[in-house]
Design a protein around this ligand. Structure first.
Ligand SMILES: *Cc1c(COP(=O)(O)O)cnc(C)c1O
Length: 234
């Protein structure tokens, strides 16, 4: 059998989203697919763009900026949205604030303040999500659930940021009840923080290649998918 083309894999992921939404009577248009292009070459991003994909996610600030610039040169008219989804070092905030449209990995006030201060005046406000360490893994980034409300209240006040909601990477598990529990806990936090999150609170980013169905069943509005679109990372 020939290997499926990127277009075919993208179509498959969109079909999975449609099915998962339909199964819980949700509108598939309310779920945004972010294609996670970290480690893949810009040619793969270009191919996905030409296949209709417009949101892309990157984990490493400079690697992403290189692709952002190459893609803009190749397709100057394309309306692409770039999401920064990796851990944020203080010395990378200016690069991120200058080039990305979304930052999904806010987990402390100092980083949020720097991004707000460094967002260029001629750019739209930077869309941000607060990352929650929902499985309490010591190795993972993210704010602890019990510190979320205070952080959300403060981030919502920052002038050059637009706080849109929450992001999580639940612990990888093959145990389905445990996975559903983590997604349900995120949904509950998303609703609980709405009152302090401000007027733009509309995005719950959870679900990846292996678990997007369970995430959508729990109310995810944004899934971040790498391998199922671009193939295994080497
Ligand atoms: C790599 C990554 C993804 C995509 O994971 P896949 O298993 O390739 O679908 C999603 N979110 C974050 C934060 C990632 O780092």
């Amino acid at each position: 059998m020939p290997t499926p083309t990127l277009q075919a894999k993208l179509d498959q992921v969109n079909a999975r989203i449609n099915r998962a939404a339909g199964a819980v009577s949700r509108d598939p248009a309310s779920i945004c697919l972010v294609a996670v292009s970290k480690t893949y070459p810009v040619q793969a991003v270009l191919e996905a763009l030409d296949a209709g994909q417009t949101h892309f996610g990157e984990n490493y600030a400079a690697e992403g900026v290189s692709k952002i610039e190459q893609l803009r040169a190749a397709r100057p008219q394309a309306a692409v949205q770039w999401h920064f989804i990796g851990p944020i070092q203080s010395n990378k905030t200016r690069l991120i604030a200058t080039h990305y449209d979304w930052v999904q990995s806010i987990d402390r006030l100092k980083i949020a303040q720097r991004l707000s201060e460094q967002r260029p005046a001629d750019a739209a406000a930077l869309n941000v999500l607060i990352q929650v360490n929902i499985s309490a893994e010591p190795s993972k980034s993210g704010v602890a659930p019990d510190a979320l409300l205070d952080l959300a209240r403060e981030v919502a006040e920052l002038p050059r940021l637009r706080l849109r909601g929450l992001m999580a990477i639940p612990q990888a598990t093959v145990h389905e009840p445990q996975q559903r529990q983590a997604f349900a806990a995120m949904r509950a936090l998303f609703e609980a923080a709405r009152a302090v999150g401000g007027p733009y609170w509309d995005t719950l980013s959870m679900g990846m290649s292996a678990d997007l169905e369970a995430a959508i069943a729990a109310g995810s509005t944004m899934v971040r998918v790498g391998r199922a679109i671009f193939g295994e990372r080497t």
